[in-house]
Ligand binder design. Sequence first.
Ligand SMILES: NC(=O)c1ccc[n+]([C@@H]2O[C@H](COP(=O)([O-])OP(=O)(O)OC[C@H]3O[C@@H](n4cnc5c(N)ncnc54)[C@H](OP(=O)(O)O)[C@@H]3O)[C@@H](O)[C@H]2O)c1
Length: 207
Amino acid sequence: MNIGIIGTGHMGGTLGGLWAQKGNKVFFGSRDVRKAAGLIRVIGENIAVGSYAEAVKFGDVILLATPWWATKEALESAGSLHGKILIDCTNPLKKDYSGLTTTPELSGGEEVAQWAPGAKVVKAFNSISFAILKSPNFGQQNAGMFYCGDDAEAKSIVAGLARELGLDPVDCGPLKTAGMLEWLCLLWLQLAFKQDLPNSAFKLLRR
Ligand SMILES: NC(=O)c1ccc[n+]([C@@H]2O[C@H](COP(=O)([O-])OP(=O)(O)OC[C@H]3O[C@@H](n4cnc5c(N)ncnc54)[C@H](OP(=O)(O)O)[C@@H]3O)[C@@H](O)[C@H]2O)c1
């Protein structure tokens, strides 16, 4: 799969690197191509670097991995995402992590869909930490990856990309569920930083 990444921080760098190791072709889009070029030395094969717009042109699947406050501007500089699968792992967090900047009527994921007309937005990977992505197994269990979106084929492709990394994908329904997944991120931050559980992840039990 050809994957474009918007933002080469913790999430973009980690997911892009892991997908490249699995044999996908990954194009890291960055505001600073010289800084991003360092990823080539670290990750090695299957990757290229350039601008956000170049990453979007390259990818069938695009990962949006920017701080919330920079997300609209990043999408504006990335060009048209029409027809692309857009994985939105962002969280519309308040700067002090005390809550979300969004309202119950319009989640971050739905705002992203408005900012990227024609993109098949899948809210995913937003409630799991980048550190757990590198090591998703807890004994016999693997971490869950909760996602939602309105396009069934796009969701199935994103679920496959999660399985490639050893995660257990959980379809949470349409994109209007995105707000719940954004609150799930806040719950994880509470557990990680207030309850001293940084090495933790959510898992759905089913029967
Ligand atoms: N960290 C986690 O464990 C985690 C887990 C789940 C979800 N998330 C969400 O994923 C998103 C990215 O998180 P992250 O931890 O990867 O953040 P990060 O390490 O700060 O990286 C964000 C990247 O976004 C790009 N960017 C574009 N405009 C920016 C600006 N004005 N200021 C700073 N960076 C800018 C930068 O990449 P370039 O310089 O290459 O352009 C930067 O490296 C956030 O919305 C976060 O809530 C994070």
